[in-house]
Write a protein that binds this ligand. Structure first.
Ligand code: ADP
Length: 485
């Protein structure tokens, strides 16, 4: 079988630049696709961290002026990934994160910054790179959404276009007066093009103009076609349902491997589950929690945003605290949520500990040391932390939404008896239901044999990329067959 050539387009790529799950997906998928005969090269913006991490960098093409300044396309490698970096200092060489400055505000020129990404991705799809032309361009999230628009309105032959929604909450909506500046023709500004409620919609363009639309779990794919969860895009998504599918994310099972994790105190596997106790003790010590081996320890590793429902956990907290539980929180985000946890830590010293930072080693230590990982999200396209939790035998306590519903099997009498149960789910996503789920979790915890069974079932769950990569490979191949027909 000949190799299938794919260009991925993403605004984040682990390990060079990451704010969330998108980076993990973009970093893991090329490696998982390789054994399946798919070569994926990835275009990312040339942020300082990308240029600093790019090895064997060389200039592929000088691009002249791109949206207000000179740019060039670089190629290089990092961590086994084949990367194209769009080096455009006027757009990307600045302090801050990928989307905003150190003040936390979005950059004012994000429309241009990410239109440039889509513009160059489309050009690569049309043959910009000498001796390499992708058969499929796979664009991720709103930042890459205009790729599909340029490929459509440029005319001429185009590769197959796949567009993946990682989170419908971020849609990339901009002033319609920018249309010309972004190099989009007047005829693109229609409901069948880039127009979205009177603005230019980057995500909308990807959804409307790609050949296939995917999102990151089957349940989220169904949810986003409904008015309640569609965030304004449900009509369009519903209309494209025959092109829409949900493919679950996996995690990198080498980075996340409790049997050989250099970041945790005591490595363990299913046969040596007792070694988790040392990780729990180390975590309690590091965070200043009371060193009680039998206290049920709840962990949170999360962005602290409304989506993640952690205010609900704060509301429910008196219940587990009254039952002698502990809570370790790692996260950063909204000041109000941070303050809520700060207050909780003051109210229950030695029982609630918080670290407001982005800290990968601590994320591993919480997964390895906590008994329960809580993910009470109001919506969750896929969610990765519960997958890490399954692999690390931290029993996930999750809201029954999106990918959480698809990846955790609720401990009911039947699923426990059949040996399928891997965690605890609750719905609807409201504090009283979370409270009763916490009560249920604590009962399970106090039945050591049942608890161990839950942990072992979780560890036996396949959370790798293998299955999902096969689904993407099939999607690309199917798309090419359709286009050749
Ligand atoms: P989202 O993409 O919505 O933030 P996901 O669960 O899909 O949520 O992915 C989050 C990823 O980021 C996981 O790999 C998780 O371990 C990691 N993560 C989130 N917050 C932190 C943090 N404060 N420190 C370290 N890792 C974090």
């Amino acid at each position: 079988m000949s190799q299938l050539e794919v260009l991925a387009v993403a605004s984040e790529l682990y390990p060079l630049v990451k704010t969330g799950g998108l980076a993990d997906v973009a970093g893991a998928l090329p490696k998982a696709l390789k054994p399946l005969g798919v070569r994926m090269r990835t275009l990312v913006p040339g942020y300082p961290a990308v240029l600093a991490g790019l090895q064997k960098a060389k200039t592929v093409k000088a691009l002249g002026e791109v949206f207000g300044g000179p740019a060039r396309l670089l190629s290089g490698v990092a961590d086994g990934l084949e990367i194209f970096a769009l080096d455009a200092p006027h757009l990307y060489d600045r302090p801050g994160g990928p989307y905003g400055g150190p003040d936390g505000k979005d950059f004012a020129d994000n429309a241009r910054r990410f239109a440039a990404l889509g513009r160059v991705a489309a050009s690569i799809g049309q043959g910009l790179v000498p001796r390499w032309r992708p058969q499929v361009v796979h664009a991720h999230d709103w930042q890459a959404g205009l790729t599909a628009a340029y490929l459509t309105y440029d005319g001429g032959p185009r590769p197959g276009v796949v567009f993946t929604i990682h989170n419908l909450a971020f849609q990339g909506q901009f002033d319609p007066r920018l249309l010309g500046d972004l190099g989009l023709p007047p005829q693109s500004f229609t409901p069948d093009g880039v127009e979205y409620y009177g603005d230019i919609g980057f995500l909308k363009a990807g959804v409307r103009l790609a050949d296939r639309v995917t999102t990151v779990s089957p349940t989220y794919a169904a949810e986003i076609c409904t008015p309640e969860r569609g965030m304004g895009m449900d009509g369009l998504l519903h209309g494209r349902a025959d092109r829409l599918s949900g493919i679950l994310n996996g995690i990198d099972v080498e980075t996340w491997n409790p049997a050989a994790d250099p970041l945790i105190a005591a490595p363990y596997d299913a046969a040596r589950l007792d070694a988790r106790a040392a990780n729990k003790a180390a975590l309690q010590k590091r965070l200043g929690l009371t060193p009680e081996p039998d206290a049920p320890l709840f962990g949170v590793v999360s962005r602290l945003s409304w989506q993640k429902g952690l205010d609900l956990l704060l509301g429910a907290l008196p219940l587990p605290m009254a039952e002698g539980a502990q809570l370790a929180v790692l996260g950063s985000g909204e000041p109000a949520v941070e303050q809520g946890f700060r207050d909780a830590a003051a109210a229950w010293p030695g029982r609630v500990a918080c670290v407001f930072a982005y800290d990968e080693p601590l994320a591993h230590q919480i997964q390895a040391g906590a008994d329960v990982l809580a993910v009470p999200s109001r919506f969750e396209p896929c969610g990765l932390t519960q997958l890490c939790a399954l692999r690390y035998a931290a029993v996930p306590l999750v809201a029954r939404v999106g990918g959480l519903a698809d990846t955790v099997i609720d401990a009911t009498p039947m699923s426990l008896a059949s040996g399928a149960a891997t965690g605890v789910q609750f719905a609807p996503v409201e504090t009283p239901m979370l409270e009763s789920a916490i009560r249920r979790t604590l009962e399970l915890y106090r039945a050591p044999q049942t608890w161990r069974r839950l942990q072992l079932n979780g560890m036996a769950t396949d959370v790798s990329w293998a299955q999902s990569a096969r689904r993407y490979a099939q999607l690309y191949a199917g798309l090419l067959i359709e286009r050749e027909a």
